[in-house]
Design a protein around this ligand. Structure first.
Ligand code: GLC
Length: 735
């Protein structure tokens, strides 16, 4: 065994194999075998960091300021902390008698081609320790701690119920965190092929592997979970600031049949006085599901219609699927074929089926196709003054059986870009919207990959109107957030099936904390706009949407914080309290930023629940004595349990702004007993002027109820006044 110092990396060689270690920052070690590997998503991310290589018996030690990596003569890795304690050890697969490893594979003996897990390459196995918890990996359905679960990352349109047995859903975030007591590290697998993650299903090892491609991994060493999340998002990219109105209440349905039906929805909302920021038009607004068209029968005066809604404060977002209908008379199809923009098989256009019937698939992984698509998006968005684009079916979905692995998408095969398809579509869509407007683009996608957060928000796809799907929303949104996808939401009320009123009440109480707030339902299920419900549900829905609107300054601040630190809005308790073992597995409450703790009821008939309060004192948001430890709390149907941390400062809008386009020049600061500080961000909430310094940054400090402030940055018009509501009484802060 030998090693060589290269310009950046160290190359270890043993028995004809090479292993490269490249220290990209104090936290991140890039571990690879092929120096020519081109990452689809990681850019130039290296920061200065110091290391040394030492011989240690038969092995080598790669020493950094935070950790040490032992490289054995078989090129197996052992991670040690600064004190020399083992954090992980790479090992070999351990036979699991429960899985019948004692038998030979008769398929192989009989000469069949290999199928299933045997086909995975690049496998890494690690010894499983008793104290390890596993987090992240995107949208998979599982408890918060995914220990002993196994998953396949292969973006899948999954229309049946989303339950824990589903191996793959729509998104691929090949990133997970491992926490051992106070030490946390993460692995990002830079590989877009189908991959397998097993977090100890054999109770002896945990492992990951990919089907093909390069064995290329980033190890991110914390040691705190915050360090891992922050560094991962530095490598992959962070969600940009959204337009303020996108934090408002949105309504969708597959499909509103025509202009009249959409107008009736807007009227319905208005009648019950629930704010509505946008309506989403699903596939039936098109002419026979031909993308970039509008049905002249259903929406005969689309421009006038969109602008009449805009006058009422309601924006229009349209769905655009990737599948292009095979129709020689249809301009988009003609352009796509003539330009060579679509997938092919054996040099012929590849056809499968989606909503329009037989369809062809743009090869979004090719730059020229993205350029074409973004032009189409730009003209479509400008032609109808649309406020956002909803990208769907981009796993990509295919109704005539799965897309074969060897279909060509330009220079790449389907198997390589499958998991990246939604990512590239979202990127091209984002770039298209950006061409057409000075505003911050608003894209929602179903499928995506690590790094997609730079371009798009996501929703969790076709859930059901069932209690288990409300329950899963919390660990699912937390897990996506740990993978830097913080702008996330679920179909409020559930997509498939009829949503009973109790479930709808509990759903809106939970979902007002989802960064994306959109009620959406499937055709065939009962309509689920809030105004169609009973009086109690309508009032409750209104109450919580009002609450959400008042909370927008805080939510927007969390987005700003996310751009700086990469920390998500919806946080698991362990992220803020990594040394408290109680916090490691709590998946039915969450922190919203670091100041609020939310414990919704997500079960039928339940009117009380136990809330766990991590370190310190926590105050009921609407007043009351401090709580700590584990406490049983009443939670009537119309309540969601919300607590503020001692010393918290929560910025709110003073009165109800029913249209988030309207900028408020007033702010209220709610101070809770104790000491604390909070950074508040203010800009126009619309465009990119903040990049030129047009924003304000206030540092507020709460000293036992007395507020002081400091301007950290002043580049925008300040509030006229700030009302301070503190345990000591109310006052006005003049800036
Ligand atoms: C997919 C989407 C769903 C949409 C439907 C029709 O199932 O996930 O949201 O309503 O397609 O476009």
């Amino acid at each position: 065994m030998d090693y060589q110092l290269l310009a950046r990396a160290v190359c270890f060689s043993s028995a004809g194999k090479k292993l490269y270690l490249d220290l990209l920052s104090d936290n991140t070690l890039h571990i690879y075998h092929n120096p020519a590997h081109l990452s689809p998503v990681v850019g130039e991310v290296s920061l200065p960091a110091r290391f040394a290589v030492e011989k240690a018996g038969e092995d080598y030690l790669f020493k950094t300021e935070r950790f040490m990596m032992k490289v054995s003569s078989s090129l197996a890795l052992t991670l040690l902390n600064k004190e020399g304690q083992i954090v992980f050890e790479e090992t070999s697969p351990v036979p699991d008698p429960r899985r019948g490893e004692n038998y030979s594979d008769i398929a192989a003996l009989e000469g069949h081609p290999k199928v299933g897990e045997d086909t995975y390459q690049n496998a890494h196995y690690f010894t499983l320790h008793e104290d390890e918890c596993f987090y992240g990996l995107g949208d998979h359905i599982a408890p918060l701690d995914k220990r002993e679960y196994r998953f396949i990352n292969y973006n899948t349109d999954y229309p049946q119920a989303h339950e824990e047995t589903v191996p793959s859903l729509y998104k691929d975030f090949p990133f997970f965190l491992v926490k051992r007591g106070g030490i946390c590290f993460g692995f990002y697998l830079d590989n877009s092929y189908k991959s397998l993650f097993d977090f100890g299903s054999d109770q002896k090892t945990y492992s990951f592997a990919s089907e093909k491609g390069d064995d290329d991994v980033y190890l991110i060493y914390g040691p705190s979970p915050k360090d891992v999340v922050s560094e991962y998002s530095r490598l992959l990219g962070r969600a940009p600031l959204p337009q303020r109105w996108t934090l408002g209440n949105q309504q969708s349905r597959w499909s509103y049949a025509n202009e009249e039906q959409v107008l009736a929805v807007v009227d319905g909302y208005q009648k019950v006085d629930i704010p509505l920021e946008a309506v989403h038009l699903d596939i039936d607004y098109m002419e026979g599901y031909r993308i970039f068209t509008v049905s002249s029968e259903r929406f005969p005066a689309f421009n006038a219609f969109v602008s009449s809604l805009k006058k009422r404060g309601v924006k229009v977002i349209t769905i655009v699927d990737p599948g292009i209908k095979v129709d020689p008379q249809y301009g988009i199809y003609q352009e796509a074929i003539a330009g060579g923009y679509v997938a092919t098989f054996q040099n012929k256009t590849y056809v499968n089926a989606v909503w329009p019937g037989d369809s062809v698939y743009p090869a979004f992984n090719e730059a020229k196709v993205r350029a074409w698509w973004s032009e189409k998006i730009a003209s479509f968005v400008s032609a109808y003054a649309l406020s956002g684009i909803w990208c769907d079916m981009n796993e990509p979905a295919s109704f005539k059986g799965p897309l074969p692995s060897d279909v060509s998408f330009g220079s790449a095969k389907h198997e390589e870009i499958h998991n990246l398809y939604g990512h590239y579509m979202a990127q091209a869509t984002y770039e298209g919207i950006k061409k057409s407007t000075a505003k911050r683009p608003y894209v929602i996608t179903r499928a995506c990959f690590s790094g997609s957060e730079k371009y798009t928000t996501v929703w969790t796809g076709d859930n059901q109107s069932i209690w288990s799907n409300l329950r899963m929303l919390i660990p699912q949104e937390i897990s996506l957030g740990l993978c830097a996808m913080s702008f996330v939401g679920s179909d409020v009320g559930g997509f498939n099936g009829d949503c009973p009123s109790e479930l709808m009440n509990r759903w809106i109480e939970t979902a007002v904390f989802s960064p994306l707030l959109r009620n959406h339902s499937s055709c065939g299920s009962s309509f689920q706009e809030p105004y169609r419900y009973d009086k109690l549900t309508i009032e409750n829905y209104r109450k919580w949407v009002y609450f959400r609107y008042r909370l927008v300054p805080y939510i927007y601040d969390l987005f700003y914080e996310e751009t700086q630190s990469g920390l998500p809005l919806i946080r698991p308790l362990f992220l803020e309290y990594p040394l408290d073992p109680e916090c490691e597995r709590i998946g039915d409450e969450f922190l919203y930023g670091s100041s609020l703790l939310v414990a919704p009821v997500v079960d039928p008939g339940v009117r009380s629940r136990v809330v766990y309060f991590p370190q310190g004192k926590w105050y009921p948001f609407n007043g009351g004595d401090a709580l700590s430890g584990r406490v049983l709390q009443n939670c009537p149907l119309e309540e969601c349990l919300i607590y503020a941390k001692e010393g918290a400062i929560i910025p709110l809008y003073p009165s109800l702004t029913k249209n988030l386009d309207v900028e408020s020049d007033e702010l209220v600061l709610h101070l809770f007993p104790g000491n604390g500080s909070f950074v508040h961000y203010q800009d126009n909430g619309v465009d990119f002027a903040y990049e030129k310094g047009e924003y304000n940054l206030y540092l507020f400090t709460n000293t036992n109820g007395i507020l002081t402030y400091k301007m950290l940055h002043e580049g925008y018009k300040k509030y006229k006044s700030i009302r301070v509501v503190s345990p000591l009484g109310e006052s006005v802060l003049t800036l």
